[in-house]
Design a protein around this ligand. Sequence first.
Ligand SMILES: COc1nc(N)nc2c1ncn2[C@H]1C[C@H](O)[C@@H](COP(=O)(O)OP(=O)(O)OP(=O)(O)O)O1
Length: 175
Amino acid sequence: MALKQVCVTYLLRDGAEGTEVLLGRKKYGLGAGKLVGLGGKLHAGEHPRMAAVREIEEESGVFVAPGELRHAGLLTYLFPTRIEWSQESWVYLCRDWVGEPEESVELIPEWFLVDELPLSQMWSDAQYWLPGALQGSFVRKSFIFGGDLETAVASDDPDVGLPPMPPAGSLDSPS
Ligand SMILES: COc1nc(N)nc2c1ncn2[C@H]1C[C@H](O)[C@@H](COP(=O)(O)OP(=O)(O)OP(=O)(O)O)O1
């Protein structure tokens, strides 16, 4: 099964108390109420980097040149109880843009210190990779979400402390 492709970008800036990251409170749809990075689904045939440029503008009103995006990771999310939610997420970081982030139809933007991420208000996988990614480590991990469609319950990376992924193929729908 080809996974749905999505992108997410974290804008970073230097604040008085340290590096800050822009998150947005999702106003509706999947993940409503959560704090998320700027992003969304790739359009058909769209390069993930160009999708990130488009989503940043749609969700925050700021303009980013494609070359200012640093590819920081690729994440796989599997939802065995809601297969259509499964997705592959291209992660970018950006330190240079034009404009001031503003509230959009989808998100209410807010800056947070990278050292004080509001992880309890984010998708549950964030705790396992986002702090490292924001510090500059490239992240390539897979997560399985449980029946609550909220909680990451397994990962292919033993270092995150979750149970291992089941064997390849065992999550496929019966034919
Ligand atoms: C840690 O961050 C995230 N973890 C997980 N597991 N999923 C995330 C995270 N941040 C965003 N997401 C998901 C949620 C959605 O599947 C997509 C984004 O969806 P959205 O509906 O905002 O996508 P758009 O393309 O903007 O939607 P429309 O095309 O319907 O406007 O990423």
